[in-house]
Each structure stands twice: as structure tokens, then as C-alpha cells.
Design a protein around this ligand. Structure first.
Ligand code: GLN
Length: 302
């Protein structure tokens, strides 16, 4: 891992930092962090693995988990499970599919999932539930929301406003659009380090179980299915390439983070703020490609 971190630090090809959320443009393009936690709870880390960054769409894995816990398979009436083949913020398929997003990991899908979590609660309570879930999984109460990032996206998130209004017009959202978006923008703005993120992902690597307590967070069946959706949809229109190169379920965010799951083996988090054309961390993916190759961790074989 130190060798991988060293290579990533030296590489000139770093991708471009997201600027459409102005606050994210301040990220350090030179940063690189990597953390791996195995089934026995051993942590291996390299680079800036303790620096909190904006996890953005990676929270979509955890909001999906919560929404399935709350309403079960009824969730699939308002969001699909097919790869979109389109950018994360695309609106085109929404019209063809009557406001039902293709999957829970594109923005429209995650907004619909957030709406399901919000129903029956005040926005503040729903957000508290999401944040406490992350703190519980990571066993770390210091995880917080970066209010500046949330405010920055709220000011400039016109595309998400359009997606939400479009879904609302088809009756896919139950709550006032600004409430749902308020919760969505805030959970995207959670800040976590690679170590905290790898901790939070452990239940997906171990059939729904927290390996340190032995307690089930979700059923093995649900964990397996969430991993399947991460594999097929976790990197938007770059999901096929991520499976081809890395071969693990993964979820990216425009903050430059990726959570990847080696089922039965490890929870992995990587961070490098520069993105490729599909909005996924350029060096993050490359580092995971190096790691899975050396460890023989691809789910498709060595
Ligand atoms: N909050 C971001 C958005 O809605 C999340 C996108 C992402 O990380 N891909 O645009």
C-alpha cells in the first residue's frame, strides 16, 4: 500500500477536481489516501488516510441501506436497479420511465431514496438518523456534516432541483421538494476520512455483519444485493470500466472518494480529489486496480 501511495503521489495525471459545487473546488489535488480493514479488524493505511473529505455520493450506499430497512422491497416501486449508462446527474431517462430513476446511485435515484427516509420525519430528524447510522457503523461519533459544502451545493444545485421537481410531477416524491433536497444536500456533505469510510463499509464485506461485534446490521441477502448494485451502478457510466479494471463492488463520490468491498475479505476506502470524465476519482480507481491485482481480490478471479 505504501508503494501504491508513493506511485499515486508522483503521477502527473491527476484528473480534475469537481468545481460545479464551488466548495469542492478547494480540495487539494495532490491529496491521496488509502485504508483497508480486514475481517479481523486490522487496519492498513497509506497516505492521507486520516484527512476528512467530502464523501458526496458514497453516502448513497448508506441511505439505500437505511431506506431498505425502513420500507423494504417497496422501495423498488420508486427506484429501479439497472445501470443507467448515463452521467450521474442526467435527466433524460426520467421522462422515458415516468419519473422513476434507473437506480439508487444516480442523483435522481438517491433523491428518491432520501425522500423515502424523510417520510414521517422532520428533515432534521431524517438527517440525524443518516449521520448517526454512519457514526454507528464507523464506531466514531466525531463524523460530521461540512455545512459549507452543504450550503454551497444548496446554492448551486439547480440540476438536482430540476430532477426532484421532475420526479415530484410524476408523484415519485412524497415530501416537499425543498425538504427532500435539503436532506440530500446535507448527507452528501458528510465529511469522513478513508479510515472512517472503510470502517463504515465493513458490514458489506462481511455478509451484513459488523465483524468487531459480530452483530448483524442487515441480513446477508440484503448485503449481497447492495454489493450487486454497487458493482453494476456504483460508478455511473463508468461502472463497466470499474468492474473491468478493479473487479469489486464500489461506490464513488465527486469528492474523489471510493468505497470498495472485497466480499468476505476487506472494506477499502481510497481518496484522490481529481476526477475522470465520468466524475469518478482518477487515481482512486488506479490505486484500487493496483491493490486488487496484487492481492488477487477481484471477484472475477486472479
Ligand atoms: N452531491 C452531488 C450531486 O448531487 C453528488 C454527486 C456525486 O458524488 N456523484 O451532484
Amino acid at each position: 500500500m505504501s508503494e501504491i501511495a508513493e506511485e499515486m503521489r508522483r503521477r502527473p495525471d491527476r484528473g480534475e477536481v469537481a468545481t460545479y459545487i464551488p466548495e469542492l473546488a478547494r480540495a487539494d489535488r495532490q491529496a491521496f489516501g488509502l485504508a483497508v480493514i480486514d475481517a479481523d479488524g486490522n487496519l492498513a493505511a497509506a497516505g492521507d488516510s486520516e484527512t476528512p473529505f467530502s464523501v458526496q455520493s458514497i453516502t448513497k450506499v448508506f441511505t439505500l441501506t437505511l431506506a431498505l430497512g425502513k420500507i423494504g422491497d417497496r422501495l423498488w416501486q420508486r427506484v429501479g436497479r439497472e445501470p443507467s449508462g448515463n452521467p450521474f446527474n442526467s435527466i433524460v431517462q426520467l421522462e422515458l420511465e415516468k419519473g422513476v430513476p434507473r437506480n439508487p446511485f444516480i442523483n435522481a435515484g438517491a433523491i428518491a431514496v432520501t425522500d423515502a427516509i424523510l417520510s414521517g420525519h422532520e428533515p432534521r430528524e431524517a438527517l440525524g438518523e443518516i449521520l448517526r447510522f454512519l457514526q454507528f457503523l464507523a464506531e466514531d461519533s466525531t463524523i460530521t456534516i461540512d455545512e459549507r459544502v452543504a450550503a454551497s451545493e444548496k446554492r448551486t444545485g439547480f440540476r438536482n432541483v430540476a430532477l426532484a421537481n421532475f420526479m415530484k410531477s410524476y408523484g415519485v416524491l412524497d415530501n416537499p421538494v425543498d425538504y427532500t433536497l435539503g436532506v440530500y444536500f446535507h448527507h452528501c456533505a458528510v465529511a469522513m476520512s478513508c479510515r472512517q469510510l472503510a470502517m463504515a463499509g465493513r458490514f458489506l464485506a462481511h455478509s451484513g455483519r459488523n465483524p468487531s461485534t459480530g452483530l448483524l446490521v442487515i441480513s446477508p441477502e440484503r448485503a449481497r444485493r447492495i454489493n450487486a448494485i454497487m458493482l453494476t451502478c456504483g460508478h455511473y457510466d463508468g461502472s463497466g470500466d470499474f468492474a473491468y479494471r478493479v473487479g469489486l463492488p464500489g461506490k464513488s463520490g465527486v469528492g474523489g472518494g471510493i468505497l470498495a468491498i472485497a466480499p468476505g475479505t476487506a472494506s477499502i476506502a481510497v481518496w484522490s480529489p481529481g476526477l475522470d470524465a465520468a466524475g469518478n476519482s482518477h487515481l482512486g480507481r488506479l490505486a484500487l486496480e493496483r491493490l486488487t491485482k496484487r492481492m488477487g481480490w477481484s471477484i472475477f478471479g486472479e
